[in-house]
Design a protein around this ligand. Structure first.
Ligand SMILES: Nc1ncnc2c1ncn2[C@@H]1O[C@H](COP(=O)(O)OP(=O)(O)OP(=O)(O)O)[C@@H](O)[C@H]1O
Ligand SMILES: [Mg+2]
Length: 252
């Protein structure tokens, strides 16, 4: 569980995150949604320690992350898996070497154990057979799955994904969503996903935090969105006329 308490972040006096308090739960796919520029990436970067909050607390199962020393933060990061933007694989490494990379860096396993662990992770994302290929030789959806395998290699308790579906077609996005959802419950991880994707919101949104201009405007589960009367939320979700009609049909 990750608790965020009164988190604020400013850049040169400009407030980007305004007093955000929320809880991200274990075993759940927690989604952060909001318009472009609302602060989703900045929030996630604060959570993982890439940005320092201006004020506020971030508690990882009760452990105060903001107050930790640099060394303690590095230790905490080993409990986190991250999938940031365009898969960010190493182009000069094979698929297998990409997944082994965090194990090479941070585990005390020998080569055989590391290779086995990496192959198990590749198996989990259905990529056995692709281990000798280079990122440039596989599709975008496969690259995302490699990134997921790499992110779970060290068995993280917390998984962060910033727009995991960007650049993917709807069907492949669904595969990625289902994968993130199933590994989250399987390993009881606290998973946080930044997304624009309404299919993801409806499909795997077990706890949804809606950010509007840097503050938390709404929080709930996907089923509640359909009936919400929060205009900022419904304007954001039901931006298209077709979706508006569907909503009216449901709420009539
Ligand atoms: N390093 C930085 N320095 C100054 N301002 C920043 C910095 N990073 C982000 N911002 C500002 O913070 C605001 C929120 O940006 P952020 O990237 O979090 O939006 P987002 O919700 O992730 O948008 P998108 O959906 O487009 O990814 C923006 O106005 C952005 O310009
Ligand atoms: Mg972003």
């Amino acid at each position: 569980m990750i608790e965020v308490k009164n988190l604020c972040k400013s850049f040169e006096g400009r407030e980007v995150l305004k007093d955000i308090s929320t809880v991200f739960e274990d075993g759940k796919t927690n989604l952060i949604i909001g318009q472009s520029g609302s602060g989703k990436t900045v929030l996630m970067k604060n959570l993982v320690g890439l940005f320092e909050p201006t004020s506020g607390q971030i508690l990882y199962d009760g452990r105060d992350f903001v107050a930790m020393s640099k060394t303690e933060k590095v230790m905490m990061r080993r409990e986190m898996g991250m999938i940031f933007q365009a898969a960010a694989l190493f182009d000069s490494l094979t698929v297998l070497e990409n997944v082994m990379f965090p194990l090479d860096m941070f585990s005390s396993m020998n080569y055989r154990e590391r290779k086995k662990r990496a192959m198990d992770c590749l198996d989990r994302v259905n990529l056995v057979g692709a281990e000798k290929k280079y990122p440039g030789e596989i599709s975008g959806g496969m690259q995302k799955r490699v990134a997921i395998a790499r992110a779970i290699a060290l068995n993280p308790k917390y998984l962060f994904c910033d727009e995991p579906n960007s650049g993917l077609d709807p069907k492949t996005s669904l595969v990625i969503d289902e994968l993130l959802h199933s590994i989250t419950s399987e390993f009881n991880m606290t998973t946080i996903i930044n997304t624009h994707d309404m299919n993801s919101v409806m499909g795997i949104g077990e706890n949804i935090v809606f950010i509007y201009e840097g503050h938390k405007e709404w929080q709930g589960v996907s089923a509640e969105i359909m009936r919400s009367t929060n205009k900022r939320l419904t304007d954001f979700i039901f931006a298209s006329d077709l979706l508006k009609e569907m909503r009216e049909a449901v709420t009539r």
